[in-house]
Design a protein around this ligand. Structure first.
Ligand SMILES: [Zn+2]
Length: 136
């Protein structure tokens, strides 16, 4: 479920009480979960992946693919759901992806790797998303 705008936290302290310590570290402090440890790495269940912080829809399960990189990977997102931010941390030039609604960290996006016809890999922490299984 998506949080109503009126309940969306406005400060990091408000986020801290809503999220588990692990979720807070990844979503609000731009952490990364260790490879292969996330609950959605190999998930094939149909449904909708939502932002774990605010609940907004981010990735339909049919955009998920097996990248063997150790994190859930998607080749596309719901239009407008994601925003990209330049990230030059760790001596690398990468593009961070965040939830466009609540500004929570999701992971990074990579292009030109040739995994899928869209040639895009959204490398997302399982802790940043929650699968809403399809009931169809
Ligand atoms: Zn969000």
């Amino acid at each position: 479920m998506s949080l109503p705008d009126s309940e969306l936290p406005r400060t990091e302290d408000e986020w801290r009480v809503r999220l588990s310590p692990e979720e807070f570290r990844v979503l609000r402090e731009h952490g990364t979960e260790p490879a292969w440890t996330g609950e959605y790495v190999d998930t094939r269940t149909p449904g909708m992946y939502r932002c774990r912080a605010c609940g907004v829809e981010l990735y339909p399960s049919d955009t998920k693919f097996d990248s063997h990189c150790g994190w859930p990977s998607f080749d596309d997102a719901i239009p407008g759901a994601i925003k990209e931010v330049e990230d030059n941390s760790l001596g690398m030039r990468r593009t961070e992806i965040r939830c466009a609604r609540c500004d929570s960290h999701l992971g990074h996006v990579f292009h030109g790797e040739g995994f899928t016809p869209k040639d895009t890999r959204h490398c997302v922490n399982s802790l940043s998303i929650r699968l809403d299984p399809s009931t169809a």
